[in-house]
Ligand binder design. Structure first.
Ligand SMILES: Cc1cc2nc3c(=O)[nH]c(=O)nc-3n(C[C@H](O)[C@H](O)[C@H](O)COP(=O)(O)OP(=O)(O)OC[C@H]3O[C@@H](n4cnc5c(N)ncnc54)[C@H](O)[C@@H]3O)c2cc1C
Ligand code: SF4
Ligand code: SF4
Length: 1023
């Protein structure tokens, strides 16, 4: 095996010189690619991201010259360890991801290996076609990876596995042979042999191999729909057309590199119907499958058990889908397709009749609403995420997660498997999967942190392999062998067939340089474990409490199970930086992997300097701290919190980047600006004056292309203190405390004013703190956590009368409100005032929809609106009450599902982030705003979102929902661009001219102040 610590500088230089692509041998890249979705971990030698397929081939040639192993990688979602290796990793997904051609008549297309399945199908939709196989990871798995693993999914019931849908492959062997492989009739075979060369030698070897092992192959390959284990020697049988491409499918990068693939496509069905049948337990559901298949030909036949449903309930996941399940403990989801709704429904009704069940049985649910169906099927797809980290804190692992038997043996196999679980003490594993094809998914609570547990894991796998073999089944029915099942293959196929597989490997890769240690000549099933008995991470003192992770940062980092949902390109929020860069290191998973390496649990970790690591810092630098992962990652990885934690330690006792002082201390600067009349105007003039503004931004670490937000002449609190009258009694049930966040207070006081107008209209009496208060958000996002804690403690002292009276605290700015609900309780774990604050804080919409006096109705707006939900609202607070308020105000809301606006607090202002910030915005939010009709509203409650929309070239300004409602109350909403009547701070050109000189002086003073604070802060900032 290659040693990652060896000197590979010659290889790196040659790759840089000869390959058109990104060549990365740095510790950060190697750490980010050290694991896939499996239990295994091997640190790569380096990573190459080829710009073209030809460049990828050139990279393999360089590796071959140096004898370096190679590993191709798509989405890296493999569960058997086949996508981790001490090799040069070729990541095909960033550039080699094109659909090259489509033949509508022949229903085929040609793709590059890095194209993601959903993206392919999106492009094929224009032709009414799609690629049939569909793994649960369809939003981010790549075709190269699907071919590597012979992937499939629920749709295999109708369309088969990837192997059944491959017409031909352009492949490259390690020693440089390149050819197109496909079905090979005798004439074609003779032509290839006559041409001579490496392809001829290979084909002769293949025919010889298939001939010598003909009988074993015919006998030894199980005749079941879901055999994915082993190489596809059966594709070389004459009756299967000596299909060399299909023999290479599922070879997991161990035989060839796939450069292009010609795929067979299927028509997109016109209509679907979903029949759900409830059963007393999962065994009864499995027993029902054969009869069901006798009477019907469904396009999917999936199973969900009661344990998974229970976990969904506990994790509040897919609750809508659960509500739609009929009576029962376990369920079969049977999907039919047809040319019309009637045709699909008719098949479902026919099946019900054949089974003697009625549509109105409590244990039956039938739907032909595509949206409902997709919701139900998505709940099933989410199985791994839901079962990975049960709320009771236990951990479950892959390893025996996709075995398969003939459907007629499924019930008996499951009962035996459950007995085996009992024998090993593996309780409470959920059993679900593709029951129509006899494939069972489960995650098992293996104990992989100590020797005895690892021994038991190994022993269980061998026993389970014997069990499935005794049923004539397959170790893997879907995910492939990799390292998890390579060693077990003889139990299923016997020594002779495994020997034949070894011969196949020797033909294509005699030097064992293609993804070595996987499938054949495998590393042991309990080797190279990501955790393992020798994992010894450094215990770390932290600022956040991590109450859901045993108060342990390491545990929090380990949440990431590698599913890769953070690599999706569309929908939801996670992960904007990956969407914009296409880089593993800038995905949630890449960052979690790097933090895992930073824990220093393994001797060969490439990240050796702990919290001081520059690799981890650089990977976290492009994290927008949007918290999208906190809600969208199935296991709740909260990278924004980990980033804040990391920054706190990384810069402990050190100077920070200037933006941490300029933007991290924004609430303080905003208060300073209020210390003398006229200062806000002066500051605005200074910030907008060309030369002084540029200098100020340079000193403050702000991108010169960003316009600084303008201070309002008077803060909201100043206004209230001057004209607000006496504060209402905190204990009056009508009293609410309006939270004067920095943004609504100093920059957009009209938002706070508008909120008061609406809250009072709803019958509330609005109090506003008369002293400075702050949630600490900007200190948290820049990792100045000791300061954030002090700021929060000071705030709770000011808020004490309202906290003690239980007064609702109304937040207008989603990120500040989210701090109170999420960050503050973790930062000040056990602080009773913080707990009160978290319990009492409400969003504006929560207050109005849930607590306004009966009979109050919001003013009617009666128009359309484009609505951008702030990421922190999406992740922490939820937006259902906002939807309700919009509906009651007569707004036809188009709530964008385009993810982050790209500004994300300080992120988009910081030098070096401007381009990424706009790229993210242009991926969805800004085009949607531009497309908004002039008479419709653009609504965004987040100051960042409003600023990004204001500063981009959209011709529109976004309003806070409170502003829109207040304008409606006052009858001030014009038809065209209704935001025109909303007040906004504007630069005053006269002041700008008059104060240019003074501004220069002020700029320099602020600079000097910053520098002095720099030094003092660096000394003070300790955990
Ligand atoms: C939550 C979860 C659910 C899953 N559900 C399913 C499911 O429903 N059905 C299913 O089949 N699988 C499933 N999987 C497994 C996995 O997602 C699929 O096999 C997927 O198709 C792999 O695609 P990928 O792009 O991530 O491949 P990768 O993991 O990147 O690679 C897979 C293999 O292909 C090889 N490879 C990649 N590109 C090339 C190339 N150009 N040339 C040669 N070899 C190459 C790799 O070396 C590796 O051995 C699931 C995994 C997870 C984590
Ligand atoms: S961060 Fe979450 S979504 Fe991304 S790979 Fe890890 S577990 Fe999956
Ligand atoms: S906080 Fe946002 S940008 Fe950062 S990793 Fe999570 S989803 Fe990605």
């Amino acid at each position: 095996m290659s040693d990652p610590q060896e000197d590979h500088s010659g290889l790196e230089r040659a790759l840089r010189a000869e390959v058109d692509g990104e060549v990365r041998f740095d510790a950060g890249s190697r750490g980010a690619y050290a694991t896939d979705g499996s239990n295994y971990r091997q640190v790569p030698i380096g990573v190459v991201v080829p710009r073209t397929v030809e460049a990828g081939a050139a990279a393999v040639a360089v590796c071959a010259r140096f004898g370096a192993p190679v590993l191709s990688r798509g989405g890296g979602t493999s569960l058997g360890g086949q996508c981790t290796n001490t090799a040069v990793v070729l990541d095909w997904t960033k550039y080699c991801n094109r659909l090259l051609s489509v033949d509508r008549e022949a229903r085929t297309c040609v793709v590059e290996p890095g194209i993601v399945l959903d993206e392919l199908n999106r492009q094929l939709a224009a032709y009414g076609l799609k690629f049939g196989p569909k793994p649960s990871t369809h939003s981010h798995c790549a075709l190269g990876g699907m071919i590597g693993n012979n992937s499939c999914g629920a749709s295999a019931q109708a369309y088969g596995k990837t192997v059944d849908n491959i017409r031909s492959l352009d492949v490259l062997t390690y020693d440089g042979a390149r050819f197109r492989a496909g079905a090979t009739d005798d004439e074609e075979f003779e032509r290839i042999v006559a041409a001579g060369g490496p392809q001829a030698r290979l084909y002769q070897g293949l025919r010889d191999l298939a001939g010598r092992h003909l009988a074993e192959i015919r006998r030894g390959y199980p005749k079941i729909p879901r055999r994915v284990s082993g190489y596809n020697l059966d594709s070389l049988l004459p009756e299967n057309g000596f299909h060399v491409a299909r023999a290479l499918v599922g070879s997991e990068g161990t035989l060839v590199t796939v450069l292009r693939a010609e795929l067979e496509l299927v028509e997109v069905p016109a209509a679907e119907a979903l029949l759900v049948l409830g059963f007393d337990d999962i065994y009864a559901a499995a027993d029902a499958v054969p009869a069901l298949l006798e009477h019907a030909s469904p396009t999917q036949l999936e199973a969900v058990d009661g344990r998974m449903a229970q976990l969904m309930r506990e994790e509040h996941a897919h609750l809508d889908s659960l509500e739609r399940l009929p009576k029962g403990d376990s369920w079969l989801l049977v999907q039919f397709t047809g040319d019309s709704k009637e045709e699909a429904d008719a098949q479902a009704h026919a099946l019900l009749r054949a089974l003697g069940r009625e549509e109105d049985d409590p244990s039956v649910a039938l739907s032909d609403d595509p949206q409902r169906e997709q919701e139900m099927l998505r709940a099933r797809e989410a199985g791994l995420g839901v079962t990975a980290r049960p709320p009771d804190g236990s951990e479950t692992w892959e390893g025996w997660e996709d075995s398969a038997v003939a459907p007629e043996h499924l019930g008996d196999y499951l009962r035996d498997l459950e007995r085996l679980f009992d024998r090993y003490g593996y309780q409470q594993a959920s059993l679900y999967g593709h029951f129509g094809q006899g494939c069972v998914h489960t995650r098992i609570p293996f104990e992989l942190r100590e020797g005895k547990g690892v021994e038991a894991f190994r022993s269980f796998l061998f026993d389970a392999a014997d069990l499935v073999a005794s049923y004539g089944g397959s170790l893997s029915g879907e995910h492939g062998d990799g390292q998890a099942r390579g060693e077990l293959l003889p139990r299923m196929f016997g020594a002779r067939l495994v020997g034949a597989m070894g011969e196949l490997k020797a033909l294509f890769d005699p030097g064992n340089r293609m993804n070595p240690g996987k499938v054949v000549h495998p590393n042991p099933v309990d080797g190279n474990l990501r955790i393992g008995a020798d994992w010894r991470p450094e215990p770390l003192a932290t600022h956040f409490a991590y109450p859901d992770d045993d108060h342990d940062f390491g545990q929090a980092v380990l949440r990431c199970v590698g599913i890769g949902n953070c690599r999706t390109q569309r929908g939801g929020v996670m992960c904007p930086s990956y969407r914009a860069t296409g880089e593993e290191e800038h995905s949630t998973r890449g960052r979690a992997r790097l933090l895992f390496e930073m824990l220093d649990g393994h001797r060969d970790t490439p990240v050796t300097d702990g919290w001081r690591s520059t690799e981890v810092r650089d990977a976290l630098d492009l994290c927008l701290a949007c918290k999208g992962c906190r809600s969208d990652c199935p296991v709740g990885v909260d990278m924004a919190t980990y980033k804040a934690e990391f920054l706190a330690h990384h810069y402990e006792h050190r100077l920070r980047p200037p933006a941490h002082y300029a933007l991290g201390w924004l609430p303080l600067w905003a208060r300073l600006v209020r210390t003398a009349p006229g200062l806000p105007g002066l500051a605005n003039a200074a910030l907008r004056a060309p030369a002084v503004g540029r200098l100020g931004k340079l000193l403050a670490g702000i991108d010169p292309r960003r316009a600084a937000p303008l201070f309002a002449d008077r803060s909201f609190q100043e206004e209230r203190n001057a004209f607000g009258g006496p504060q209402p009694d905190p204990s009056d049930p009508r009293t609410v405390l309006l939270w004067p966040d920095t943004f609504s207070n100093h920059f957009h006081p009209h938002v706070a004013r508008a909120a008061v107008r609406v809250l009072e209209d709803a019958g509330f009496r609005v109090a506003v703190p008369d002293q400075p208060v702050c949630c600490g958000l900007t200190w948290i996002s820049t990792g100045q956590l000791a300061t954030a804690r002090r700021v929060l403690q000071r705030t709770t002292r000011v808020l004490r009368p309202w906290l003690e009276a239980g007064t609702p605290i109304i937040g207008l700015e989603p990120s500040c409100t989210a701090v109170f609900r999420a960050d503050a309780p973790e930062l000040l774990d056990g602080d009773q005032d913080i707990a009160r604050l978290a319990a009492q804080v409400r969003t504006f919409a929560e207050q109005l929809t849930g607590h306004a006096p009966d009979g109050w109705q919001p003013p009617r707006l009666d128009r359309a609106a484009t609505v951008q939900t702030h990421c922190h609202q999406h992740a922490v607070l939820g937006a259902d009450p906002d939807g309700e308020l919009l509906r009651r105000a007569g707004i036809d809301a188009d709530v964008l599902d385009e993810g982050c606006c790209g500004l994300a607090g300080n992120f988009g202002f910081e030098r070096g982030h401007y381009d990424l910030s706009l790229t993210i915005a242009e991926q969805g939010v800004l085009p949607a705003v531009r497309a908004t009709s002039p008479d419709a509203l653009v609504l965004a409650d987040g100051f960042s979102c409003r600023t990004q929309i204001d500063q981009a070239d959209t011709g529109r300004q976004a309003l806070h929902l409170a502003e829109a409602l207040a304008l409606a109350l006052d009858g001030l909403l014009p038809d065209d661009r209704p935001e025109r009547t909303a007040p906004r701070p504007r630069p005053d050109p006269a002041t700008a001219r008059r104060t240019a000189a003074t501004a220069a002086a002020a700029g320099l003073t602020v600079g000097a102040l910053l520098a002095a604070r720099h030094r003092r802060r660096a000394r003070k900032e300790t955990p």
